[in-house]
Design a protein around this ligand. Structure first.
Ligand code: GDP
Ligand code: GDP
Length: 437
């Protein structure tokens, strides 16, 4: 499996500078087809003992016959087709431009991991500009300020990039041990939940505003199983909870989920689902992690026999279409159903890596498709021939058909729902792809 990292972006943002830095002194191959205005550079990069290919997609050349839209599209399409990961380079010196937005519009349709790389961020001011402006493009959970010219920030970027690449099994002592993270806004009860689970008071790091504390990993054994709990609890003890701290705590949650298989997202029953809870859940969903929702402080709520059902329904309705996750009503304080939360997380972990055999998949889905085929487009019939589940960390299905470009989003959702109906996959997102056959 070859991994390709594609660099895209408008001219002059520093793509080729970044490319040269990533491949360091390795030799670049230039694909300069005669008569073609576009130069593409291929090179090999190496990071954390991992090898991958970098492409500088170059982009359009001013004065070519291509219209602007077409030029962007062809550059981006290459990235979308070929790349494992896309680095979308923007310029902090110039800020966000209309052209960046056009790129973003095309990129947004992709399911590939996209890194927004904010280049020329040598100064603190410029690095800071990043947060306000470039997060707004809605492309990535993180913006990476770097300077391609002096190399700063590129290490952090590559650390994350290589996580999205697929490599043959490498030595890792914790390989195969489920990683579960405990996420949520400040005060939802993360520390209390951990203390209840661990049965002892954990030392909580006192934090003053402006300093950070990384997520903590605890190797844990329960129900005869090994797992690693990652938590971001205790970040703002004693600190005044203001918007900044809330914001950073959410950011930290988002970072912590990167390394996990399953996320337990805590909500506060007395507050219900708030927008920052939704953004944490959306991040876990986008990262295709397993998700369990724990509605904590259940003890503190006045309730009757219908409260749980009503609340569950409300939460799932608000989360739609991210409404596939189990919800458990619990109390860290009273140790009510806290082990059930962990059991559920382990279940979701198993479900997430389960593989459906091709024959079973086709036996069940093909008749459904026959009864309710994709709507024809431009007078053409889309024929789905067969389906396979590919061996990726979260359930991904490829539908081979004659006209993949004609399959609408709504039909994809229909198929995803059918897969869920027949095969479960509670707590994990189902991804579908259409390929020509
Ligand atoms: P491309 O058109 O996107 O490939 O951009 P280039 O890599 O050719 O860079 C465009 C200009 O930006 C050149 O003058 C570079 O020297 C400059 N540049 C690239 N990276 C950086 C950087 O990190 N900081 C600063 N200050 N300038 C940079
Ligand atoms: P964290 O910021 O997410 O780590 O939240 P903490 O664990 O520090 O809890 C915040 C506050 O909520 C504390 O005052 C806890 O005592 C309280 N709390 C946590 N869990 C529960 C619960 O299950 N029920 C009730 N009533 N209060 C809780």
């Amino acid at each position: 499996m070859s991994n390709i990292v594609a660099i895209v972006g408008r001219p002059n943002v520093g793509k080729s500078t970044l490319f040269n830095r990533l491949i360091e002194d390795r030799v670049a191959i230039t694909d300069n087809q005669s008569g073609v205005t576009r130069d593409r550079h291929y090179g090999n990069a190496f990071w954390l003992q991992k090898n991958f290919t970098v492409i500088d997609t170059g982009g359009y050349v001013v004065g070519s016959d291509d219209t602007f839209e077409e030029a962007i599209r062809s550059q981006v399409e290459l990235a979308l087709d070929e790349a494992t990961v896309i680095l979308f380079v923007v310029d902090t010196k110039q800020g966000l431009t209309e052209l960046d937005e056009e790129f973003a519009n095309v990129l947004r349709r992709s399911k590939k991991p996209i890194f927004v790389v904010a280049n020329k961020a040598e100064t603190f001011e410029r690095a800071n500009l990043v947060a306000s402006e470039f997060y707004g493009m809605g492309l990535a959970s993180e913006v990476y300020p770097i300077s391609a010219a002096d190399g700063s920030g590129t290490g952090e970027l590559l650390d994350e990039v290589v996580k999205h690449l697929e490599f043959d099994q490498v030595e890792n002592p914790n390989e195969g041990i489920p990683r579960i993270s405990i996420l949520g806004r400040p005060n939802v009860g993360k520390s209390s939940f951990l203390n209840a689970l661990l049965g002892k008071e954990r030392s909580i790091v006192t934090d003053i505003a402006g300093t950070t504390r990384d997520a903590i990993d605890t190797h844990y054994k329960m129900f005869g199983k090994d797992f690693i709990l990652t938590d971001t609890a205790g970040i703002r003890k004693k600190a005044k909870v203001n918007e900044d701290i809330e914001f950073y705590s959410v950011l930290r949650s988002i970072k912590a989920l990167d390394n996990s298989d399953v996320c337990i997202v805590l909500l506060d029953a007395t507050l219900g689902l708030e927008s920052q809870d939704v953004s944490i859940i959306a991040q876990a969903h986008n990262a295709k992690k397993g998700i369990v929702i724990m509605v904590n402080k259940w003890d503190a709520l006045e309730k009757d026999s219908k409260t749980a059902d009503t609340m569950k329904k409300e939460i799932l309705e608000r989360l739609a279409p991210m409404n596939y996750m189990p919800i458990i009503f619990a109390s860290a304080l009273e140790k009510q159903r806290i082990f059930q939360v962990i059991e559920k997380a382990m279940e979701v972990y198993e479900v997430r890596k389960s593989q459906i055999s091709t024959s079973k998949l086709n036996d069940i889905l093909l008749p459904i498709i026959e009864n309710y085929p994709p709507p024809s487009m431009k007078g053409k019939m889309v024929r789905i021939k067969y389906i396979v589940q590919v061996p990726t960390p979260s359930p991904t299905f490829v539908f081979f058909c004659n006209l993949p470009q004609y399959v609408m989003e709504s039909y994809q959702r229909f198929l995803q729902n059918k897969i869920r109906e027949h095969f479960g996959f509670e707590g994990v997102v189902i991804t579908t792809f259409f390929r020509k056959k």
